[in-house]
Design a protein around this ligand. Structure first.
Ligand code: C5P
Length: 320
């Protein structure tokens, strides 16, 4: 069962990658809403060791947050609103960290206890734990939240307890080569109004905004290790979550990012929308991310395809 699922999944991931890449050939340059101008290499991810891939990520894409001194925030008198504490301290390394993808295949996984046994648990957007404890656990250390969840009233960012007393990394994509000033003038969604209000209302919540150039550092990294051209949109928050944790964790376990044999059409464990492109990607270069992460993984096939997690060793563990 495991090997059949694995080979079908690999075929599907490679097919999506190939189809996306053929779009470039079919339509010339194709769509490029973020004005990506990539001139770097495109290499074979499957010819490199896990260590080479992880250490190359450290070199190319350390995840940065907006800082108090960054413009335009400093001149606008908003710099002081950013938290004094970093998301994670520089010196502390956690033994184990968990990234909980919000995939439908978490349902009936009974992974909750395993997830909660990690020192750090990272979740995404408005993914709930209440009523899903058996499958996804109940501990949350950090949430990566996109600018739609921050700005749209239905997500209730200012008042929902999901966004209190934890670490938050809020993100919104800039254009590929834009400065922070240009991004501030032209975000995809207005991340700033609610972010600053939330900072005033809940200063004890360690909420940061991602420096959007980090997204494109991650995109460059993925493209540099893919032989085919990838979609020119930002990486998914799953990949961002991994990159955020690797400097601070002995290892990172990512749950149902690579779908186990519980794979389903269902997009999220917490709603009943069926959409397989949540798993294979329609906007993010998600299949490329998943193929790359399989090459960084040190867990065995039973752990990946039956239990539902890949394990990526942290920078310090590998001595990168
Ligand atoms: O849908 P949402 O962006 O909230 O999901 C969080 C992350 O979990 C995604 O960015 C993606 O990396 C991962 N995910 C996945 N497969 C799904 C749903 C989410 O890999 N079916």
């Amino acid at each position: 069962k495991i090997s059949k699922h694995k080979s079908q999944l690999m075929i599907q991931l490679r097919r999506v990658l190939h189809d996306e890449s053929s779009v470039f050939k079919a339509r010339g340059e194709g769509s490029n809403p973020y004005n990506v101008e990539y001139i770097g290499p495109r290499g074979p991810y499957d010819k490199k060791s896990a260590r080479e891939l992880v250490c190359s990520l450290k070199k190319k894409a350390l995840v940065k947050m907006v800082q108090k001194d960054d413009e335009p925030f400093k001149s606008m008198g908003l710099g002081a609103q950013f938290p004094n504490q970093p998301v994670f301290g520089e010196d502390k390394i956690f033994e184990s960290c968990a990234v909980v993808s919000s995939a439908g295949s978490l349902l009936a996984s009974e992974l909750g206890k395993t997830i909660d046994s990690h020192d750090v648990v990272l979740r995404f957007n408005h993914a709930p734990t209440k009523d899903y404890e058996v499958d996804v656990g109940c501990k949350t250390t950090v949430r990566i939240v996109n600018s739609q969840v921050i700005s749209k009233p239905e997500f209730n960012y200012l008042e929902s307890p999901l966004y209190s007393n934890i670490k938050i990394v809020a993100w919104d994509p800039s254009k590929y080569n834009h400065t922070m000033e240009q991004w501030y003038q032209n975000p995809d969604h207005d991340i700033f109004t609610s972010y600053f209000k939330h900072r005033m209302l809940k200063p004890e919540t360690n909420a940061h905004i991602l420096n959007p150039s980090s997204l494109w550092d991650l995109w460059d990294y993925i493209q540099a290790h893919m032989p085919l051209r990838i979609r020119r949109n930002p990486p998914s928050s799953g990949f961002l979550g991994l990159a955020l944790l690797l400097p601070h964790c002995a290892h990172v376990d990512m749950f149902e990012f690579i779908p186990s044999f519980r794979m389903t059409k269902r997009c999220h464990y917490y709603d009943n929308l069926d959409d397989i492109s949540c798993t294979f990607g329609v906007w993010h270069p998600l299949s490329a991310e998943k193929l790359l992460l399989l090459s960084m993984n040190i867990a065995n096939d039973t752990e990946v395809f039956r239990d539902g997690y890949i394990r990526i060793p942290g920078y310090q563990t590998l001595g990168c």
